[in-house]
Every structure is written in structure tokens, then in C-alpha cells.
Design a protein around this ligand. Sequence first.
Ligand code: FB9
Length: 528
Amino acid sequence: MSDQESLSQLLLEKLNLLQSPNEKINSLDFAQENQFEHQKIVGAVKSLQSLGDLIQSNQVESKRFELTDEGEQIVENGSHEFRVWSAIPNDGSILQSDLMKSIPDSNVSKLGFAKAMSNKWIAIDKSSGKPMVKRNLTNVKDEIRVLLKLVQSGAANKLNDSQRNDLKKRKLIQEILEKSYDIQRGQNFQTTIEKPETDLNAEMITRGTWRTKKFKEYNFNAKGIAPDRGHLHPLLKVREQFRQIFLEMGFEEMSTNNFVESSFWCFDTLFVPQKHPARDLQDTFYISDPAECKDIPRDYMERIRSVHENGGDCGSIGYQYEWKESETRKNVLRTHTTAVSARMLYRAAQEFKRSSGASGDDKEFKPLKFFSIDRVFRNETLDATHLAEFSQIEGVVADRNLTLGHLMGMIKAFFEKLGINDIRFKPTYNPYTEPSMEMYSWHSGFGKWVEIGNSGLFRPEMLKPMELPDDINVLGWGLSLERPTMIKYGISNIRDLVGHKIDLQMVYDNPVCILEPRQQQQQQPVTV
Ligand code: FB9
């Protein structure tokens, strides 16, 4: 018979001894009387409850007092005031400072001295010019200690209200709210625990014993065993939220299924000069095989060459250097999804040229709104928030006469949907956008402005060679997926979010991430 069963048996026998059926036993009293852990009794009550109405029990709350650590100390060493009084020689006096020093814990000496004074147990005599402390009473009773011992022995009810309030005020005792059970005999009370059958088996049926057997109630509310199933990684949960936001704003997703990109699309079309540090080996992963990209539109490439060398025909002087085809054909792991945006803009420009060329008339240019969320790779120094790869989120809009105002408006509308409203813009530099801005938002938790992304209006040196109509401007902005996810899930080290060291439980236990906007419910803005 297990502990719990023997405890249940004991409880039944105790109940059986009660005079009347509606007499009750309290689980806490029963535990104290029999030196059992209350939790074990609660376990026995719960198991008896599950056997149908053998017993009746209802949860009750009771208050009781227990000593605080300081209270324990006083029971141990006497009250502060008593210790101060005791430290004074019975027949003499002591210098106040020596008295205070004689008691190691200054908290005790200070409180004790004040209390002993107010109890008129001691007095100060300054007649000698120095504060000498002497006893007023030759003997005193350490009332406090006595009362605390009573509380400790569970007899707090022996104290009167003012005594109890005084001890509470001195933080020597504290009130504990305790849940316990009042139990009494149930309709089908009996002292033998007949473990109900949990299964109907063939033998019971053949021998008909099922008729007399007691069967355990079906617990139709029992939660089934959670089927082992896959879990979306937090990054993918947040990615889905960002996707929804873009789709709500009428953006189309760009296909980003090519981690390997030519330097042409990754850098040159974006007017990133071939000597730009971002293209150095220590910043970009170059592919050794296939090292070179074959299919680059020849005419477009020549326009890129001239815009780099001398600005082409878009009112720019370019970079005035000798542009190399060999450099542009080098394959890399893309360092940003802006390479994909370049491909998309070029394709749109060529399509528009073809369609308007074919019809000859100045066809209406349909505004373009595209987004991408996918992996990019940078050969960066690894630290707590940087890996050699991250997921870039990018939005691009192409339309007639777009301005910086449109860009700011679009960025505000985008972050509004993340519950982020107070955004500040700071000028910055990107080779492919002018003007360019970093965005910052106030982070109340960190108590500082946090950079939440980058943006700009794509340069004519990038757009003209694509043969986009002159008055088409293109705005773009970008941020990472990891940063918001780390903030949302309160993760400070990127290695706890990505990689073989992450604790899968965190993935299982983390609810779906909702980056919902403010007006829905007074939710805390997503702290950036
Ligand atoms: O994500 C970034 N910060 C960020 C974003 C969101 C957030 O919380 C959200 C609300 C819930 C919290 C933080 N950053 C961009 C800012 C910094 O973290 C920065 O230090 C790191 N940046 C990455 C690049 O690091 C080298 C983040 C990454 C980044 C930077 C720029 C772009 C995209 C990602 C871009 C762009 C761009 C510009 C113009 C046109 C088109 C695209």
C-alpha cells in the first residue's frame, strides 16, 4: 500500500470515528496533529475524491501567523531591547557608544536601544558630560520573545489583537493565507478503499464480474497526451507576422530562393563600386565553384559599366574608375535581399519598356510594391547579436514622383502595425540610395533610442540603367528579422535564438508571436 493509500486509509478511519456525518476534519489540523506534510494530506484527499462520493470535501482558506526571519532571530537570541538591557552592567552604567558596539548587529542595537528607552528599561545619564547608559529596572521580562514563541508553536490565537498587530508592525510575524480542505463522510462513505477498475477486460465480461465491480468514472475532461508534433521556430512565427503586415499593405512577396548571387546583382546594379569595402573578402562570402556567373544581360551590363565609370546618362559623374566585367561575374552569398529588389525592378522596367514600346503609347506605369524576408550572409565578426547570416526584411515601392515624404510615411505606416509609433529618422549613407536614413524608435525598457532599420530613395545611377521611366522613383527600407524576434521573446544572445544550442523547449513553449498594433488592445508597444 503506497504512502498516499495508507494516508487515505487513515483519513477514512478518522472520519469513521466522527460522531455525526456532518462533522468535519480539516486537512491542516489533521496534518499538524499527525505530523504529516499538509501537501501529502491534500494528495490523499484528492485521491479519495476521485473515488466518487466516498468523502465530501471543500476547500477553505485559513489565516495563520508565522515568524519572519527577524522573529526567528529573537526567539533564538532574545528581543533587541532585551539584548540591549542585558548588555548594561546591572550595577553600573556603560558609555552609549560602547553599549552599541557591544551588540554586533547595528540594526538590533539601534532598534533595541530605542525600544528599551521607550519601555523605560534604561536611561541615559549625561551628568558626567558623556552619555552613560544605565538600567532603570534590575530585571525585565522579554515579553516579545515569549509571544513569538507562542506564535511559533502555532498558538498565535493566544495573543490579543494589539499584541499581534504590534508584532506585525515590527515585522516579527507575518500572516499566511493557507488553503486547506474540510472533509466529511460522503454519501457512499466506507472505510475500505476499493480501487475502482479502470479497464473492462475479457475475463470480467466472461465471468460477469463487471456487474459487481466499481469502475473509475470516465474523466471526459482529461486532456489527452499532446501529440508530438512539429513547432514553428520563433523566427518563422515572427516572419509570418511581418508577411501578414506587408500583405495587408498591398505588397507582393519577391521570390528570394537564390542565396548565391552574382556580384552584378548584389553590388554593381546597386551602384556599389567594385572597390567598396563591403565587397571585400572579410565582408562577403565569395563562391569558389561556380566562381563565375554566366548569364548577365549584356546591354544592361554595359550601361552599368558606364554609370560606374562616368555616371552614364543620369546626370552623375559615376566613380571615375575602370570597371571590370570579371569582378561583376564573381558569385557571392548575397549580402542583402536588395539584390533581389534590383532583379525585380529591372524585370519590371524591361516589361514596362516592352509593353509600352509595343503599344507605342505612353502606357500607365502600375506602381510596384514588393517585399522580401529571407536569409542574407555577411562575413562579419560574430558577437552576441551578430551571426554570419541573418534574415533581412525589405520593402520596396516604385511609382511616379515618389518623395522622401512618401518613404517616411510608408515606414511610419509599417511600424505602426508593429505598435511602434514614435520613430525618428537619422541621415545615413548607402551606395544605392540617396538620401538614406536610419530609423530609430524609443525603447522604454532600455530607456534609449534603438536603431530599427535603414532606408532610402534608390539612386538614378541604379534606376536609369534599368531603363525605368525617368519620373519613376523607388523607395526602400529594410530591417532584420532576428532583432524584433529577440526583443519579442526577450532573448539577448542570438545563439539562444538560432543554431544547435537553442533550447527546443523555448521553441515549444513560446506561444505564437503576435506583433499586433496598439489600437486593438492596450498592449505594451513591442519594445524594440
Ligand atoms: O533590424 C534592425 N533593428 C531592429 C529592427 C526591429 C526591431 O524591433 C521591431 C519592432 C519589433 C528591433 C531592432 N536593424 C537593422 C538595426 C540594427 O539592429 C543594426 O545594427 C543591424 N542591422 C542589420 C545589418 O547589420 C549589418 C539590422 C540589419 C539591417 C540593416 C539594414 C537593412 C536591413 C537590415 C536595410 C536596408 C535597406 C536600405 C535602403 C533600401 C532598401 C533596404
